[in-house]
Design a protein around this ligand. Structure first.
Ligand code: CP
Length: 305
């Protein structure tokens, strides 16, 4: 049961919780496909507090709440909020919890969502805390694999890109512990998984680490591509050296096996050629669209009656 619970880490959810979210998301997808609005949230307010830019996560949460018949209040830009006058996160949360029934927060600092959950009597949803986690993206990712390939088990999942700063990768790997999967982690040397994440996973997942996609591309079922997280680099020269160090083009797509798919949490910069978009392997826009049923499911299970 998710009722009144916060979602700070993907590890907060049991296997049953995740499966229940997927079942509910299937139900929500039915309503969406039939253009049916359901008024199960008509006295509830969702607050989005975004201290970092977002397109998909904030708008899909807001769209999800609207589709459920609820209302939304939004801080889309921290420059226009009282944090710019020096207000602490704890004080902001104490205020916003009295204005809303559920709070979705994105913040540049790891641990910010956990801190918010300590100061709130209302459920807090982590929409990304620095390089830490992005648990609702992981639900979207797992749901996409399930929808597109039928099952998550027995798949080879190759994750390429910024494994160091990519919070979607950290949450996804933690969730994949529960499944029988083979993982290839492909990145430049400087963007390998942080030790604290790797140590958590190394005895629980079948992981291969490499800088060479070529060796793994033809056995991959899911190619999960991520962008280099420019905003996390303190040394912009280091970023400049790494940008363009990998790119998925039609050449890579041609080497992939039948029924394999390409995913990306987006936004994309230059790591997937736009020419790939029209191939049947490109599922990243579909993946983003699944953000709506998944977030409708989560909101309804956490604050629904
Ligand atoms: N995937 C994702 O978190 O996208 P946004 O940064 O646009 O929310």
């Amino acid at each position: 049961m998710l009722k009144n619970r916060s979602l700070v880490s993907i590890s907060d959810l049991s296997e049953d919780d995740v499966n229940n979210v997927f079942l509910k998301a299937d139900e929500m997808l039915g309503y969406i496909n039939n253009s049916k609005k359901i008024n199960i949230m008509n006295s509830k307010i969702l607050a989005t507090l975004f201290y970092e830019p977002s397109t998909r996560t904030r708008l899909s949460f807001e769209s999800a709440m609207h589709r459920l018949g609820g209302s939304v209040i939004s801080m889309a830009d921290s420059k226009t909020a009282s944090v710019s006058k020096g207000e602490t996160l704890a004080d902001t949360i104490r205020i916003v919890e009295s204005y809303s029934d559920i709070i979705v927060i994105r913040h540049p600092l790891e641990g910010a969502a956990l801190l918010a959950s300590k100061f709130s009597s209302k459920p807090i949803i982590n929409a990304g805390d620095g390089s830490g986690e992005h648990p609702t993206q992981t639900l979207v990712d797992l749901y996409t694999i399930r929808k597109e390939l039928g099952d998550i088990n027995d798949k080879t999942i190759t994750i390429i890109g910024d494994l160091k700063y990519g919070r979607t990768v950290h949450s996804l790997l933690m969730a994949l512990i529960r499944y029988n999967v083979k993982i290839n982690l492909i990145s430049p040397e400087n963007l390998r998984l942080p030790d604290y994440v790797y140590n958590e996973l190394k005895n629980k997942l079948n992981i291969t680490i490499s800088s060479n996609l070529e060796k793994y591309i033809d056995s991959t079922d899911v190619l999960y591509v991520t962008r280099i997280q420019k905003e996390r680099f303190t040394d912009k020269n280091e970023y400049s050296k790494l940008i363009g160090s990998y790119k998925i083009t039609l050449k890579e797509v041609d080497k992939m096996k039948d029924n394999s798919i390409i995913m990306h949490p987006l936004p994309r910069i230059d790591e997937i050629s736009p020419k790939v978009d029209i191939t049947d392997k490109a599922k990243y826009f579909k993946q983003a669209s699944y953000g709506i049923p998944i977030r409708m499911a989560l909101i309804s299970m956490i604050v629904g009656d």
